[in-house]
Write a protein that binds this ligand. Structure first.
Ligand SMILES: *[C@@H]1O[C@H](CO)[C@@H](O)[C@H](O)[C@H]1NC(C)=O
Ligand SMILES: *[C@@H]1O[C@H](CO)[C@@H](O)[C@H](O)[C@H]1NC(C)=O
Ligand SMILES: *[C@@H]1O[C@H](CO)[C@@H](O)[C@H](O)[C@H]1NC(C)=O
Ligand SMILES: *[C@@H]1O[C@H](CO)[C@@H](O)[C@H](O)[C@H]1NC(C)=O
Ligand SMILES: *[C@@H]1O[C@H](CO)[C@@H](O)[C@H](O)[C@H]1NC(C)=O
Length: 487
């Protein structure tokens, strides 16, 4: 393999010398392409999926080709790393594993098509996540995600807006018919890893969640488009069945994550922040912290732009969201928790939201049900404190806020400032409902509930956004350029 790749590198150099004219040229049946992208690290070795027998006709299974390619390329982990190029075409595949110091790059017209086969060789089973105690769909195992990685460092999944299509309808059907004994696969899941980049891709038709980094750190996500089937269609018709789709970006027990410039159309929350479920999450004890979300555009008619919980038993701390646009979305930021969850949600900062057509701008739910089993501890009460929202403009809103803590466990330190909420013509008579919470407001209209008294405009700084940056904000992209030729 080493000689094969070196030969390829040589050939590429020759072809590039011969044809400096364009990004793509053909010589003796070879296609030569050069590509450039921004990444946290560039790679020394490059191969195309076609070098491993890949066929991009949308019919041929490429599961073996992907698995072989990555096994072979993993040899370069300690020799400058490697990248696997996926050219234009439709590449049908089952689940495959990534390796360290590795980049998967999708051409703009490349589509990774998830196989509709339900064969266990295509979707091997893995154990439930320890912080959840069981699978999310069923008590059994979990089908490995289409693109999966565990115990890795320095992994990049990117492309010139290439597509990953989960062809998930068959999984949704089984899910709704109650026929699943195991939890559905996601499009991308990376566990126990550090140094991840997921950028410039379009994700369609996931069988379940879209991108799920879990127990991982130093994660950069940029330029991802996620589109759930049925949601946009639903907004444009009057008789509409709720789309059966739960499509989200989930950050789960992760540290130091930056998500920016993403466009998400979701049947569930657009970005969900989690950290484990009841007694399993408490025992595992791995929080999500230092998460920055910027320039997110969300359409989520049945859920939130950003959700914290409901599985938050390992704790959620230091989440910063800036420049959030939400359209036809149920709520902007929602905290979901309940008795038995334990854990905490604290130091949450949101600044700059532009919201159009919404049920509740602020929504906090202290009685969210949904337990993994009946063994949860009824004395495990969540701590919700220091929640800050500022600089918000909303229009066509049914209700400004619905904030419900837990009796004997009030949610404290809620701060809202500089928020102008335009109510819809058919808005609820009482724009705020507040129970078992406390905090302050300033310059908020309509007038907040009595549990959030107005402190006057001089208290605007009370809900300030942190000024010191996160380590992940300092991570810069390099320009990587590569040339390849393949048959
Ligand atoms: C993603 O694409 C945008 C627009 O083409 C580009 O500016 C940006 O550098 C790309 N980012 C990454 C990380 O590839
Ligand atoms: C993928 O990785 C998982 C976890 O490390 C492992 O159990 C599984 O066998 C691997 N699958 C393949 C196809 O190599
Ligand atoms: C992956 O990392 C986790 C956490 O460090 C560890 O428990 C597990 O054994 C590792 N798995 C493998 C296959 O090395
Ligand atoms: C990527 O492709 C999607 C789907 O075709 C499109 O909606 C989106 O605007 C594209 N993004 C960029 C940055 O070109
Ligand atoms: C109030 O919020 C608006 C909208 O985000 C912003 O333009 C303005 O600068 C904010 N005002 C102050 C005093 O921060």
């Amino acid at each position: 393999m080493r000689t094969q790749v070196s030969k390829m590198v040589l050939l590429v150099v020759m072809v590039v010398l011969l044809s400096l004219r364009g990004a793509e040229s053909r010589k003796l049946g070879q296609i030569s392409e050069s590509f450039e992208y921004s990444a946290i690290s560039c790679r020394a070795h490059t191969a195309s999926i076609t070098d491993f027998g890949g066929v991009g006709d949308g019919q041929t299974s490429n599961t073996k080709a992907f698995r072989n390619a990555i096994t072979q390329l993993s040899r370069y982990s300690s020799d400058g790393g490697s990248q696997l190029y996926v050219p234009a075409g439709k590449w049908l595949t089952g689940s495959f594993n990534l390796t360290s110091h590795f980049t998967l790059y999708l051409h703009k017209d490349a589509v990774l098509l998830a196989t509709q086969s339900q064969d266990l060789n295509e979707w091997p089973l893995i154990k439930p996540l320890p912080s959840y105690g069981r699978g999310r769909d069923a008590a059994g195992g979990r089908y490995t995600s289409l693109i999966f990685g565990s115990n890795l460092t320095d992994v990049i999944i990117t492309g010139d807006n290439g597509t990953i299509d989960g062809q998930g309808a068959i999984w949704w059907q089984k899910f709704h018919q109650g026929k699943l004994k195991n939890t559905r696969p996601y499009l991308i899941e990376i566990m126990y890893s550090s140094g991840l980049q997921i950028s410039n891709l379009t994700l369609l038709n996931s069988p379940s969640w879209n991108v799920h980094p879990v127990y991982s750190s130093d994660i950069l996500v940029q330029g991802i488009t996620i589109i759930a089937p049925g949601v946009l269609e639903c907004l444009n018709t009057f008789s509409c069945v709720t789309p059966n789709v739960l499509m989200t970006f989930k950050s789960d027990s992760c540290t130091n994550t930056r998500i920016e410039d993403c466009y998400i159309v979701s049947g569930d929350d657009c970005v969900a922040v989690k950290s484990g479920w009841d007694e399993y999450g408490i025992a595992f004890g791995m929080p999500t912290k230092h998460l920055s979300i910027r320039r997110l555009t969300c359409i989520s008619p049945y859920s939130a732009a950003i959700a914290l919980g409901s599985e938050m038993s390992g704790g959620i701390e230091d989440v910063r969201a800036e420049d959030i646009t939400a359209i036809n979305t149920e709520s902007a930021v929602r905290i979901k928790t309940g008795v038995g969850r334990g854990g905490y949600v604290k130091a949450i900062y949101v600044k700059g939201m532009s919201l159009h057509t919404m049920k509740w701008v602020f929504w906090i739910t202290g009685n969210y049900g949904s337990h993994p089993d009946s063994h949860y501890d009824p004395n495990a009460l969540p701590v919700i404190q220091n929640i800050n929202y500022r600089d918000i403009v909303a229009e066509n809103v049914a209700m400004a806020a619905r904030l419900e803590g837990i009796s004997n466990d009030p949610f404290t330190g809620i701060c809202i400032s500089n928020a102008t909420i335009g109510l819809a013509a058919k808005a609820k008579k009482v724009p705020w409902t507040c129970t078992d919470i406390n905090g302050i407001t300033s310059r908020v209209t309509p007038r907040p509930c009595d549990l959030l008294p107005d402190q006057g405009p001089e208290k605007l700084s009370a809900c300030d956004f942190p000024t010191e940056r996160l380590p992940i904000d300092m991570v810069a992209f390099q320009k990587c350029s590569s040339s390849m030729n393949y048959m």
